[in-house]
Design a protein around this ligand. Structure first.
Ligand SMILES: [Zn+2]
Length: 430
């Protein structure tokens, strides 16, 4: 992970021209400027604290033509994904989500021994493994060799490569076409969107279906989830932008589902535009709602920045007042998104004495940029803080339940997103 910090930026990687990665239009409209920030997964070891630390602009822009919200590419995918620290199978809820999906889609598309299901960014095989008992042949595509190795060990055929037109052509030349292509939480991390989607269209059998899951921009804006913006996520999608992207590559939207994963996601279904699949009403329903909410109007995007600045002021006003009264404040969690929040708001060890995390890899390390020490969860019991700031707000219910004993010393929780909330565990029903 530390190598990730030191050589993150090839000098030529900066796109000074600023062209939309979807439609090629000029990018001149700001969505939200979160200032300069280090890469959010670059946790520091003690010996790195005195070294220089690379910071990159965290300024999301919106395209005035196709309305794709996006960041410039400051860090190459090779750096993020060749050696990936995230093993999907560690999250039991995510594996259960994948299993339910496999059972559903195999039935819906009538997949069998003559079909082929291909997953892009197949990680450690957390999803494709569930097609085995269903008798559906699979192929994983995964650029991170360390996680791909785990999948191969489970008997899941996996190509250790980045996906795009070149690989799709090679697979087609081998006589392979996909009846199902799956891309879960990968689209945001693809810098060359058009090459990726063109590759999917090339690999897809004439009546095949593509399903993609990604966090929905509508939820990000409605729930003020600005901390989910970080350098490794290049794009933030509305259905309007997805429809445009699909159309460029001869694909059409045939269905969409709204999921609760990752703060609110969409699962879209795509097929060849010339195929026989009919488009479900859900597609026009969500498109109409986005239209009504102003997702085709730049003013809607412009209003988000002030909402974010207001959140920062409210959070800081609370923390400053609490510190003035002598309060001890600690954090809970050290997720990537926590680092966007901490760096943007300038919350360092002057506010948070330390934060705690359940991942032992992070213990003894420091958060990027703000250098807040990360300790085991038990450290909270010794420190008895007046407030615990919950950084992974998407898990707040679970964390408050686990940590409700802080009531014993009068401790309270602070939840920063969507709006500052102070929760006294004494008020909770047992
Ligand atoms: Zn565009």
């Amino acid at each position: 992970m530390s190598a990730h910090v030191l050589d993150a930026l090839p000098a030529t990687g900066i796109d000074t021209v600023r062209r939309c990665r979807l439609c090629g239009g000029g990018l001149e409209h700001s969505f939200v400027d979160l200032g300069m920030s280090p890469l959010c997964e670059s946790f520091l070891a003690p010996e790195q604290l005195d070294a220089m630390e690379p910071y990159f602009p965290l300024h999301a822009l919106v395209c005035g033509t196709c309305f794709l919200v996006q960041l410039g590419e400051y860090v190459s995918p090779e750096h993020i994904f060749r050696e990936y620290a995230y093993f999907s199978s560690y999250s039991t809820t995510w594996v259960a989500h994948a299993q339910a999906y496999c059972n559903m889609i195999a039935k819906r598309l009538n997949l069998g021994p003559d079909s082929l299901a291909v997953e892009l960014a197949s990680n450690d095989g957390y999803l494709l493994q569930h097609f085995k008992p269903l008798g559906v042949p699979v192929l994983g595509i995964e650029p991170a060799a360390n996680v791909a190795k785990v999948a191969i060990g489970k008997g899941i055929p996996t190509r250790v490569e980045f996906f795009g037109v070149e690989l799709a052509e090679a697979l087609v030349a081998e006589g392979r076409q996909a009846d199902l292509i799956i891309g879960n939480n990968v689209l945001a991390q693809v810098p060359d969107l058009n090459d990726f989607v063109a590759g999917m269209a090339r690999l897809l059998a004439p009546e095949g279906v593509i399903t993609l899951e990604f966090p929905h921009l509508e939820r990000l804006m409605a729930e003020n989830q600005f901390d989910t913006i970080y350098h490794e996520h290049f794009s933030y999608f509305s259905l309007i932008a997805i429809e445009r992207l699909a159309g460029r590559h001869g694909l059409k939207l045939i269905d969409v589902e709204e999921l609760r994963t990752h703060g609110g996601s969409l699962r879209v279904y795509l097929a060849h535009a010339g195929g026989t699949w009919r488009t479900a009403k859900s597609v026009s329903d969500v498109l109409a709602r986005e239209h009504r909410l102003g997702f085709r109007d730049l003013a809607t995007y412009a209003s988000f920045a002030e909402q974010v600045r207001r959140t920062k002021r409210r959070l800081l006003a609370f923390l400053i007042a609490a510190k003035d009264k002598g309060a001890v404040i600690c954090g809970y969690g050290a997720p990537g998104k926590g680092n966007t929040l901490l760096n943007y708001c300038g919350i360092g060890p002057d506010f948070l004495e330390f934060t705690v995390d359940r991942n032992p890899y992070k213990h003894g390390r420091f958060t990027p940029g703000m250098h807040i020490p990360i300790r085991p969860v038990e450290a909270l019991d010794a420190a008895r803080p007046d407030y615990v700031l919950i950084l992974p707000w998407n898990l707040k219910d679970e964390i408050i339940q686990q940590m409700r004993h802080i009531a014993a010393w009068g401790g309270k929780f602070i939840v920063p997103i969507p709006e500052l909330a102070v929760i006294d565990p004494k008020d909770l029903q047992s």
